[in-house]
Design a protein around this ligand. Sequence first.
Ligand code: EPZ
Length: 420
Amino acid sequence: MEKLIVYGGNRLFGDIDISGAKNAAVAIIPAALMASDGTCIIDNIPDIEDVHCLERIIESLGCKIKVNTNSLTIDSSNITNLDACTEDVRRMRASYYFIGALLGRFKEARVELPGGCPIGVRPIDQHIKGFEALGATVKIEHGAVNVKADRLIGTNIFFDVVSVGATINVMLAATLAEGVTTLENAAREPHIVDVANFLNSMGANVKGAGTDIIRITGVEKLCGCNYSVIPDQIEAGTFMIAAAATGGEVTIKNVIPKHLESISAKLIEMGAEVIEQDDSVTVKSTGKLKSVNIKTAPYPGFPTDVQQPMSTLLCAAEGRSIVNESIWESRFKHVDELKKMGANVKVEGRTAIIDGAEKLTGAIVKATDLRAGAAMVIAGLIAEGKTEIHSLDHIDRGYPNIEVKFQRLGAKIHRESAEE
Ligand code: EPZ
């Protein structure tokens, strides 16, 4: 067990490179097993625990993989096992993409129900609705999803809710279905487009990703390809907020500024300066920021995954901010931790009312989930004195080398054994 030690009060300065997008990579890796011919070489893979879990799962299915720093080579020509039921599958959310990928290629799979961050009820009814519409039988037995189809036939599917996971999962299966599948009310996140581009590089015919109607014309088989994952919108947002919170000046490199617009707009509204370049953004701030209201929404709205780091920033802004979390019912668990540091926050259902505190003070806190962990790191960076952050397994699932990246910007942060 490890913990992060943060000494607050240092302004962040310099440049930081953003890694490949976690939520794209965790879908692209399962999708790679749909290639029956050739190998997939995928670059810009983030070095995070969720990716390592997926590497172990695809190996357990019979894929051969080679890891070379941020590049992953996957040969899935000899898959021997259609049963993904391991501790790793249960631990993470994105393991549900093995259902769509295996169903598409083999018309059959057994995948244990996924885990992931404790941020509210996380149903998969829309995934199941999509698989059934394509002609599969879906049964949940003994904690696993069993899917089977004689044939998958393209059809029209209208999702009842905008779901990233269901959009990607059904898109995976539909690429190898017969005929045309139309997904309506589809999610539009940048990682949906990235997965569609990856599938097209493998020989699929997916059009419209990035809009709410995706049209997939099934193909007979998919082949290996070379691909590079897009930059992580959420990691970038986290560093933008950290720069604003500490009153520093940071250039966040290897990003797609368009993907960050909702975050940039809020930072500007608060009084920070955000300068967009071709593939970087610079955030400058005096650290004296105004309150704003936030409502999370599917892309292009304000991302729920940035809500927790943002609410830390609002704890130190002048005035009252109202944060409405419209995606997850239980994504304010970090608030109790922030309160230990002197934050003035009241949570009422899906709304947090934040009154900016004069200062936060260091305390012993924990990462209650992945983005809550990032929120605590930012809190530690602006707090007076020493903050200890426990339960780092959550942070390590999704942020590569978080303390090393912050050290490069001048933060006083290090990792040590929690037993010390
Ligand atoms: C993805 O989760 C991300 N995870 C989440 O990021 C992110 O918060 C979320 O999308 C929203 O952007 C991965 O990509 C691995 P959803 P996902 O299906 O796909 C409801 C992070 O911090 N819903 O878009 O599981 C659901 O309850 C993580 O990186 C149904 O009702 O989210 C939620 O209210 C945390 N039925 C809403 O839709 C379904 O079948 C959006 O969920 C599916 C979802």
